[in-house]
Design a protein around this ligand. Structure first.
Ligand code: PMP
Ligand code: GLN
Length: 379
């Protein structure tokens, strides 16, 4: 076996869901909604399954979906992408893997901002890259010039950023994005922008794509996911948007990872992306209510909850809650009390004991209330 994988633990999301299934705990760990997703999008997938071809679609995606992604970003984010700059992938996970494998050469340095999504570091290492880690700081998790000054150098090939941010629910503000853009231009490197949560934002906050900043059109790889936009996480339909030089390089890696993605799901996502602009806000309005409901219940139980302006996630700040134990231990204890949660230390390279615990609030009121009642007993 490749030694790289021999000692690799199972991803925390799978591990926690397995423990939740085994113990019957309410699963607020892995991020997925307990609702079915929009009926019209599901119907479009069912219709396409019977009425359209089920043979291999073109490697870079159905032309209609590539055009729909470009049109969607023009309407929602004012971007000027063309369909040939889009590659459809099997989820954002594959988009990240293909991008990192294609753009990182052995010995290249890659700047990673932690806490970070768990697939980034293994993919960078598999490509032979060297991770340069930046620790974002609570409570705002923003990027400063001083942080990047320490890690950027002539060997930097890539910086990976994620906004809105899993696990903290924060978003990079205009100042952070300007700093990142400045370093990318100065050090001639590419930004891999994981924007899968771009539509899952609350309180009227607007998502800011780095690609829209001056000089970044040729330096950004923007990644999206239909799983997040339509609350259909199992579909695994994602995409890459990048200028021809970058997207053509990434297509070479994509062709030997998955080559293509289920055609009926591509048809359904094409339909979904073309829905009226206000339906995307409406789709996530209930989530803001769910966030507020869980927060209120946790605060009533004496927990300090960190702010969340996007994603399905909020986190309990254990230290601010007056709890002296680490996040892994806390998650072990909540599991005994009947709730699965994710220790935020799982989003760090070295997994230090950390004092934040992530909870997914994309659940029914009854589930959130029951989980909060159980968590009240963990204190
Ligand atoms: N990036 C981030 C930040 C995520 O939160 C997720 C999934 N939760 C992914 C990538 C993977 O997305 P997909 O399911 O489309 O592969
Ligand atoms: N991205 C999801 C989360 O953060 C999980 C995805 C997965 O299980 N691979 O919970």
């Amino acid at each position: 076996m490749n030694p790289f994988y021999a000692n690799m633990p199972t991803t925390i999301f799978e591990a926690m869901s397995a423990r939740a299934r085994a113990t019957g705990a309410i699963n607020l760990g892995q991020g997925f909604p307990d609702a079915q997703g929009p009926r019209d999008v599901l119907q479009a997938a069912a219709d396409a399954l019977f009425n359209e071809s089920n043979q291999y679609p073109p490697m870079s995606g159905l032309p209609g979906l590539r055009a729909a992604v470009a049109a969607h970003y023009s309407a929602h984010q004012g971007l000027d992408l063309t369909p040939d700059e889009i590659i459809v992938t099997s989820g954002a996970t594959e988009a990240l893997a293909a991008s990192i494998l294609a753009l990182v050469r052995p010995g290249d340095e890659v700047v990673l901002l932690q806490p970070m999504y768990d697939s980034y570091l293994p993919m960078v290492r598999q490509a032979g890259g060297i991770a340069r880690l930046v620790n974002l700081q609570a409570p705002d998790w923003q990027v400063t010039d001083a942080m990047l000054a320490e890690v950027f150098n002539a060997k930097t090939a890539l910086v990976v950023l994620n906004t809105p941010h899993n696990p903290t629910g924060s978003m990079l503000n205009a100042q952070s994005l300007a700093v990142i853009a400045d370093y990318c231009r100065r050090f001639d490197c590419v930004a891999l922008c994981d924007e899968v949560w771009e539509h899952v934002v609350f309180d009227g906050t607007a998502h800011l794509p780095l690609l829209a900043l001056p000089g970044m059109r040729e330096r950004c790889v923007k990644i999206g996911s239909a799983g997040k936009i339509f609350a259909l996480t199992g579909w695994k339909v994602g995409w890459i948007c990048a200028c021809p030089a970058l997207s053509q390089a990434i297509a070479r890696a994509h062709q030997f990872l998955t080559f293509t993605t289920a055609p009926n799901l591509q048809h359904a996502v094409t339909y979904g992306l073309g829905k009226p602009a206000d339906s995307f806000t409406a789709m996530h309005a209930d989530l803001q209510r769910s966030r507020d409901r869980l927060r209120a219940a946790l605060e009533a139980a004496g927990y300090a909850v960190a702010p969340s302006v996007g994603t399905y996630f909020m986190s309990i700040d254990l230290a601010a809650s007056g709890l002296a134990l680490g996040d892994v231990q806390f998650c072990d204890e909540t599991l005994v009390d009947g709730v699965a949660a994710i220790p935020v230390s799982a989003f760090y390279a070295e997994a230090p004991s950390f004092n934040h615990v992530r909870l997914c609030f994309a659940k029914s009121d009854a589930t959130l209330d029951a989980a909060a009642a159980r968590l009240a007993t963990t204190r």
